[in-house]
Design a protein around this ligand. Sequence first.
Ligand code: NAD
Ligand code: MG
Length: 380
Amino acid sequence: MKSLIILGSTGSIGTQALEVAKRDGYKVTALAAGSNIELLEKQAREFGVLAVAVFDEKAAEQLKHNLADTEIKVLGGVEGVCKIAEYDGDIVLNAIVGIAGLRPTLTAINAGKDIALANKETLVTGGELVNKAAREKGVKILPVDSEHSAIFQSLQGAPEGSLRKILLTASGGPFYSKTRADLENVTVKEALNHPNWSMGAKITIDSATLMNKGLEVIEAVHLFGISADNIEVLVHRQSILHSAVELGDGAVIAQLGTPDMRLPIQYALTYPNRSDYAFERLSLTDIGTLTFEKPDTDTFRCLSLCIDAINEGGLAPTAVNGANEEAVKLFLDGKIKFLQIADLVEKALRNVKNKKDFDLDDILETDKQAREFVRKSLDI
Ligand code: NAD
Ligand code: MG
């Protein structure tokens, strides 16, 4: 049985990953989280891990105190999270939210560990570095994002070089069919009310703006070595067909299932094998109808901005991602309106100081500048 390290264990994906780990009997060796030490402590005790890390240093000190009766090692800060990423364990499941997941991903790859990757911002900002390091170290990057898992599953057995096109499905989010005028005054509560998936706050807002689908186009470019021109985004309200591939002979192969992240999490862990036990089985007659439509990119501009960014390449996707992370935070804090998110992302994209050859420091600096740019343009 493989042993697991889970980064972002207290979040939506992290807790579901622990559920899969418990059911399938994986040994969990180490965990990391941002600041929720109550839940992290409970998880650490339940799974008998060797070590935990908390990004927030003060919270880490408190957790060290709370776990003093155990042998569990407690680390803090970004260095601590990276140490967890290279701990004893076969596979690192990265479910951290945001670019904060990039350094731990690279650390885990450099330690020779396979990655089950939920943290799409890792690939959006550092896709080139991640792919290069993974190639050099001979490690696998196994997608957890449901669409990318569906694409990966659909490609099993497809001959090398036969992929022509990706059909990337999108639920359309809570504001499907709304006009710009409708969106002028939407509230945080309305934006957090996703029709099909229960997820962390940041990705739920990204789903409402369609930024999430834009980030996923970039993620697919890096995972499957295809250009954005060959990725078609389809709005599919039922979230049953999780994405598809078109091969050279015109065959379209898709993966379908209930909207439940535990299946893609489980597949990343069992790959190339499959578990024999489902969390939920799909009844297509209960669903009845599957629909597909073109997205409204005039209203939901974040999707096109991400495609512009990946076509420009270099540091443009990092600028777009950083501006979005900052803008989403400000929207959740009630400081900006919903439609301002796309405006700020666009301004940051037009303002990026781009270059072709870049390293991790350039990415982190561009991220910082994009966030500062957002705050400055709002006078915050
Ligand atoms: P979440 O907000 O529920 O959880 C995020 C986790 O990351 C928490 O455990 C938090 O403590 C931890 N974290 C935050 N900042 C950190 C830091 N600096 N260092 C260490 N840990 C930190 O988010 P989520 O919905 O679980 O999403 C996680 C990632 O998975 C995101 O990149 C998201 O886009 C992706 N994803 C999520 C879903 C989903 O269904 N939730 C689906 C597909 C992809
Ligand atoms: Mg997804």
